[in-house]
Design a protein around this ligand. Structure first.
Ligand code: NAD
Length: 321
């Protein structure tokens, strides 16, 4: 098994993250071995072509299964859609391999899961991985595809302090801020709480901007007031849903809501928050309403599902037209 890395899940985020990870590892050791794996073989092939286009001499291989990817490397990074895929990749692929490996080799393995998924599932998976002697951290990200490409992601990490320290140097090749949040599941907990705030704020900013418009206010003036007053937040100052309300900026609303964080992903994250809210008996009345609003947006206007979640503004506007 090689010291360098396997990356499983080469979607919008994973492709960019793996590219940064491998290219920096390759820069420090051009004898490094890399392995990629995706349920869609074309995604793995496209990644290899892209990588070899930049680093023609690199040793990179496609694993057809997560088992193969785990057999190949001591570092295994996963970036999958959500809980069901993490469960199946780990419990049916990675874990059986770790159980079969000599304990010394299993112990040398670190699994880093950057998927945003259910905290309980993540804890269950990491407990099983750790029982083989391997290390595991949950390391969900904030920063989107742009941050993934630029290598400026923030990683919110949960696991033992020793595993965090080991993961830090790997995550540092893909991101800028690596934040230790506590034991297993804590990185995800922090990520889900943050996105709960974000999901609610984006809706209310849409409501306020629409109300202002109906009151005859210029959107740029209203956004300026909110952003220099107590209502200011990322949803109003960076991701404002009304075109040309932020002079000199170019949020997704100015590109027909393309290129941001998909409404479907926000709905998933709101669902993760309300699920864990129920499990922990934490009241999330606003989170529940926000979840149902995003669900309604997608049901009534399926085209908005993959557009930036600030398109909830468009949905609200269409309701009252
Ligand atoms: P994506 O759907 O583009 O990528 C997921 C990849 O995993 C796909 O290529 C898919 O084929 C692959 N996959 C699915 N099942 C698999 C399996 N069993 N084995 C191997 N590969 C499998 O999703 P994404 O946008 O890259 O997001 C990944 C994660 O990051 C999600 O949890 C998302 O919530 C989170 N996230 C995304 C963003 C964003 O802006 N896109 C931002 C922050 C966090």
């Amino acid at each position: 098994r090689h010291k360098s890395s396997s990356f499983i899940g080469l979607g919008r985020m994973g492709h960019e993250m793996a590219f940064n990870l491998f290219s920096k590892q390759y820069a420090s050791n051009d004898n490094s071995h890399f392995v990629v794996c995706d349920a869609v073989p074309d995604s793995a092939r496209a990644f290899c072509e892209n990588f070899l286009g930049h680093f023609p001499g690199a040793k990179i291989a496609i694993a057809t299964t997560p088992e193969e990817a785990t057999l190949a490397s001591q570092t295994v990074v996963t970036m999958l859609p959500s809980s069901p895929q993490v469960r199946s990749v780990y419990l049916e692929g990675i874990l059986p391999v770790l159980r079969r490996l000599p304990s010394e080799q299993a112990g040398a393995t670190i699994c880093i899961d950057s998927t945003t998924l259910d905290v309980t599932v993540a804890r269950e998976v990491s407990e099983k991985v750790i029982s083989t002697g391997a290390e595991m951290v949950d390391a969900p990200v904030s920063g989107g595809v742009t941050g993934a490409k630029a290598g400026t992601l923030s990683f919110l990490v949960g696991g033992t302090e020793a595993s965090f320290k080991r993961s830090e140097s790997i995550l540092g090749l893909m991101g800028q801020r690596i934040i230790y949040c506590g034991p297993s599941g804590s990185g995800l907990g922090a990520k889900i709480c943050n996105n709960l705030v974000l999901g609610v704020q984006q809706i209310v900013v849409g409501e306020a901007m629409l109300l202002g418009k109906r009151l005859g206010l210029d959107p740029a003036i209203l956004a300026g007031v909110i952003n220099s007053s107590t209502g200011g937040c990322w949803a109003s100052s960076v991701n404002n849903p009304v075109p040309f309300s932020l002079p000199g900026k170019s949020p997704p609303c100015q590109h027909d809501y393309e290129g941001g964080f998909a409404t479907a992903l926000m709905l998933k994250d709101m669902g993760l928050a309300t699920d864990i809210g129920k499990q922990t008996k934490s009241p999330l009345p606003l989170g529940e309403v926000a979840e149902s609003i995003y669900a309604q947006v997608i049901k009534e206007q399926p085209v908005l599902s993959r557009k930036d979640f600030s398109s909830v503004y468009q949905y609200l506007e269409s309701k009252t037209n």
